[in-house]
Design a protein around this ligand. Structure first.
Ligand SMILES: C[S@@+](CC[C@H](N)C(=O)[O-])C[C@H]1O[C@@H](n2cnc3c(N)ncnc32)[C@H](O)[C@@H]1O
Length: 252
């Protein structure tokens, strides 16, 4: 996976990966509840976000009661987070070499662990900075609609398979890490097909980054033809699942 692509995406990252406000609130409330239940009572909790990116998800955790630190390997993504909230301590760093020696009340890692390898080395690093971690994902599904289904099918017809980039791949490993509490929420979100079309066309989703340009162009032509033939109105909104999946782990 070419992580440098995040540099080109930083300015459009949040609009190409929307998260409904309701899910951000759920994330925030669950993290606060976990801190209150599992850490000694404090005026201010300290929280480290690994792979904070633009802060799309994790900036919602910052408050006067939560001191937020964020690291990311990509400085462009981090720059956006810092511009949004100057009170967050940010630092360019690799999850495999966490540059802190003190302990945080909680580490949060949203839609990032699947990029960090080897996961066993990461586990050792993680344990040195916290006893608690929240690993998860917050997203509006861009895959449950006619346009992306058609695009993926056409890729397959061209012998190109796009592996899913979800958390499922590391779930088995995470289950070994300690006692867990899983919190999920699913709602329905609305999104315009036009927006999905633009996201596909610009190859913004990491699952499609590696599709060779000639295949992408060919499949887009086929998609354009399909849209015309089926009289699909791109300005229409579709309803799609939006999910928060949070796995709180007490590291043993
Ligand atoms: C998909 S984005 C998620 C960003 C943010 N957590 C969110 O939910 O919007 C993944 C982020 O992880 C960062 N990342 C990937 N591998 C990393 C590593 N080894 N160490 C630190 N950050 C990493 C990327 O640069 C990117 O900003």
């Amino acid at each position: 996976m070419n992580l440098h692509k995040f540099s080109h995406l930083a300015s459009v990252y949040d609009e190409t990966r929307p998260v409904p406000e309701e899910l951000l609130l759920f994330f925030r409330n669950e993290v606060i509840n976990y801190l209150r239940t599992n850490c000694a009572e404090k005026k201010r909790y300290s929280l480290l976000s690994i792979g904070i990116g633009t802060g799309r998800a994790e900036l919602s955790l910052w408050s006067k009661n939560v001191e937020l630190y964020g690291i990311d390997i990509n400085k462009e993504m981090l720059k956006v987070a810092k511009q949004r909230n100057r009170s967050v301590y940010t630092c360019v760093a690799n999850a495999l070499e966490i540059p802190f020696s003190h302990s945080f009340d909680l580490v949060s890692m949203i839609h990032t662990i699947q990029f960090v390898k080897p996961i066993t080395k990461f586990y050792t690093q993680l344990k040195s900075v916290s006893k608690n971690v929240c690993i998860g994902d917050l997203y509006t599904s861009l895959y449950d609609n006619i346009i992306v289904s058609y695009y993926v099918n056409e890729l397959e017809k061209n012998n190109y398979f796009t592996p899913s980039n979800s958390l499922d791949k590391v779930e088995k490993e995470l289950e070994k890490w300690g006692n867990q509490v899983i919190k999920n929420k699913e709602i329905r979100a609305k999104i315009k097909l036009e927006k999905i079309y633009k996201i596909i066309k610009s190859q913004s989703l990491s699952r499609f980054w590696n599709v060779p340009l000639e295949i992408h162009v060919k499949v887009m032509q086929s998609l354009d033809y399909f849209i015309k033939k089926e009289k699909i109105e791109l300005y229409e909104e579709v309803t799609t699942p939006a999910k928060a999946i949070l796995r709180f782990i007490d590291l043993n």
